[in-house]
Design a protein around this ligand. Sequence first.
Ligand code: NAP
Ligand code: ZN
Ligand code: ZN
Length: 348
Amino acid sequence: MSTVTAYAAPSATEPLTRTTIARRDVGPRDVAFDIHFCGICHSDIHTVRDEWGRARYPVVPGHEIAGVVTEVGAEVTKYRVGDRVGVGCFVDSCRECAQCRAGDEQYCAKGMVGTYNAVGRDGEPTQGGYSGAIVVDENYVLRIPDSLPLEAAAPLLCAGITLYSPLRHWDAGPDTRVAVVGLGGLGHMGVKLAHAMGAHVTVLSQSLKKMEDGLRLGADEYYATSDPETFSKLTGSFDLILNTVSANLDMGSYLGLLALDGTLVELGMPENPMAVPAGALVFGRRRLAGSLMGGIAETQEMLDFCAEHGVQPEIEVIAPEYINEAYERVLASDVRYRFVIDAASLRS
Ligand code: NAP
Ligand code: ZN
Ligand code: ZN
């Protein structure tokens, strides 16, 4: 076992503080790597504040992890010391069920093992990337293409794949009218990726404050959802709506923006249930769907796509001491567009 420095939440109401955690010894199929950068996802905040009711304290969040390999187990074939690698939202799954075999490990029938706030196959709690180093089975490690800086690659491992996967699943392309609801960490990746896939992209944000950014990121149109006219004007306009909002929305209003046979994909995971008026689905044969991150192979495909198309997140790199303040800013929608922790001071 080794000891690494980390930032942990001791409870739902206390700030994250510096601490130490144990990492397992490197097993035959394990890759150990130094963490260079870790993104802050809104899911980290939902988890540490126990908004999903399943937090296990102390919890070290962080599932947008990028770094450099320091050690590999004897049977590791995919990675070598010095490789640039990443880990996203899960670090294991059963490997046997239909989903695992199909490369949809995130939907593992037995439940994937989350990168943090879960229990690993060894029975130990998993702890995430707000830390100096991590040990992960090679099959759950991603390769970061050379042209992607590590700090830019980190947010791709959750925010990037969470938008890439539904865009691919629902065949976004030049003939698709895509709306992205919420221009935060996930949303801004949705705009960039949908634009790179050739779709017609509309941002639906609470206000027009970030309009200039949205258009620069690749949006064709931008509307404020605080303006009731937005909803009358855009009725029936979209084939695909990707909802990234972390709070409850009036689902009926948003479903009404879908064209015939359109799909609203719920990506945000607000604390409380949302009411869905049946008529909003029935009239227009509309669909309401959900989507969770992406599988390992698809995540690698996404990283390679981003490298090829020059798609990178807009980030603000912070020191670990700033994590609690960064959380407040995320909650105030004051993030452009992902905080990324520089883990240098957490490495031994
Ligand atoms: P984020 O950076 O905070 O972005 C959320 C955006 O939602 C904000 O920037 C804001 O955009 C909008 N918003 C926030 N509060 C709102 C409100 N009360 N009403 C309307 N709009 C509001 O968060 P994130 O990291 O992108 O994560 C977003 C959500 O996705 C979270 O719930 C997270 O847990 C979830 N998530 C899901 C998956 C998955 O696999 N499905 C993966 C990662 C995260 P504007 O300022 O533009 O309005
Ligand atoms: Zn996330
Ligand atoms: Zn499985």
